[in-house]
Design a protein around this ligand. Structure first.
Ligand code: SF4
Ligand code: SF4
Length: 399
């Protein structure tokens, strides 16, 4: 395992993010605790010592499941990071009282302190809640830090570079690290390069989230993956995204939200040793990024969903829009037409709630309109099926 220095600690360069844990196949959404235990065992065996959860992950079940799994190991052998969901105030899910949330988080995780604690999703909207002195958020966290219940205080940030600077001006002196979305596409697409420069100037180490953009950078199709294999036959596609991070921005922590044991094993193999990318390999990723940057940059975080009056599955619809941009496949048309009436893109009323909630600043109503128009111009799935049947019939008859 590769390690990085953070203050007087050695942190594994790979952190286990518990945002997309394995779930049971019964549709209940319950976490597969046995699979999670196997993943944690593999991580601990390989020297991972950083585990990251958050109040809203899996509706609160992530904190419980991860805490339970880690409790099988001595407390001092792992570092647990949790996050205060101040951004939820923006969506009006429930008014937050930091004392209540923090105590509940400790209870859920089964711990009496957090090694790392973050203000979750600081962005241009949530900043006003995080920085409002009447909310006493920072004051409360600093009190907990003085009591040893928070060892290190930081924040995760989806704001643009200007927003990041504004937050640092207000709270920077109390922050010890900052978690940002960083990968070889967002380096330019989300101006992550500039954010790294701002954090470096502020003396804050960088923690990385979304290193493979919710899986988008883990699969590129045969043409690109063939080129990757020609350079590095022994490495998986996701390994490239991690190698880029270790070669270019060199952050202190890279969090990967792993969903099964095989992803964990692949990542552990990648982080077992340093294998920086060479110039040709970096150029290949730069070319790949140029193609991807044209797609809608949705990460599937679902922050937009709670406020949608039409209860649309927005990330699902945006992923279909991206699929269609890459390849107008039958499968995507089928997925779209299989949606319930009232749940397709043409049901968007353009209220704009989602835009305020979106950390990626996606103009969702505009994308919904484009998708609705694109899909209405496609043949229906039934028509496609009939054509295919007719073609198959014709083949059989030798026509
Ligand atoms: S603009 Fe459309 S997608 Fe966004 S919240 Fe409103 S109805 Fe939902
Ligand atoms: S549209 Fe924005 S808020 Fe919604 S899932 Fe995508 S990235 Fe997240």
């Amino acid at each position: 395992m590769i390690y990085n220095d953070f203050q007087d600690m050695k942190l594994s360069a790979l952190g286990f993010g518990a945002m997309r844990l394995p779930v049971l196949p019964d549709g209940s959404g319950a976490i597969d605790q046995e699979e999670l235990d196997r993943m944690v065992d593999a991580a601990m065996d390989a020297g991972v010592n950083y585990f990251d959860t958050a109040y809203p992950y899996h509706g609160g079940l992530s904190e419980i499941a991860l805490g339970k799994s880690l409790s099988r190991y001595p407390r001092e052998s792992w570092n647990l990071a949790d996050k205060f969901p101040g951004h939820q105030n923006v969506h009006g899910v429930k008014p937050l009282i930091p004392e209540e949330v923090f105590e509940e988080q400790l209870r859920r995780c089964g711990v009496d302190y957090f090694d790392f604690y973050l203000m979750h999703n600081v962005n241009e909207n949530s900043m006003r809640y995080y920085c409002d002195p009447d909310n006493h958020f920072l004051e409360y966290f600093l009190e907990q830090k003085a009591k040893g219940r928070i060892r290190h205080l930081g924040f995760s940030c989806h704001a643009g570079p200007d927003g990041l600077e504004r937050f640092l001006e207000m709270h920077g002196e109390h922050m010890e690290f900052c978690q940002i979305q960083l990968n070889f596409v967002d380096w330019t697409l989300q101006d992550a390069k500039r954010k790294c420069e701002i954090l470096k100037a502020a003396g804050l180490p960088v923690w990385v989230m979304e290193p493979v953009r919710g899986g988008r950078l883990a699969k590129f199709g045969e043409e690109i993956e063939g080129k990757m294999r020609a350079f590095r036959p022994e490495e998986s596609t996701p390994a490239w995204a991690f190698r880029w991070l270790r070669t270019v921005p060199k952050p202190t922590m890279i969090l990967s939200g792993m969903s099964n044991l095989s992803q964990m094993q692949d990542n552990l193999k990648t982080f077992a040793e340093e294998k920086p990318l060479n110039e040709d390999e970096l150029q290949l990723l730069s070319d790949v990024a140029a193609g991807i940057a044209k797609l809608i940059p949705c990460t599937g975080c679902r922050y937009c969903c709670a406020g949608c009056p039409m209860e649309l599955n927005i990330p699902n619809l945006l992923s279909m829009a991206n699929d269609m941009a890459v390849d107008k496949s039958f499968n995507t048309v089928a997925r779209y037409s299989a949606l319930e009436d009232g749940k397709r893109a043409d049901s968007c009323i353009g209220c704009g709630q989602c835009m305020e909630a979106c950390p990626q600043k996606i103009n969702v109503p505009e994308e919904m309109q484009k998708l609705a128009e694109l899909m209405s111009a496609q043949k229906s799935w039934e028509e496609i099926c009939k054509e295919r049947e007719a073609a198959a019939e014709a083949l059989k008859k030798g026509k």
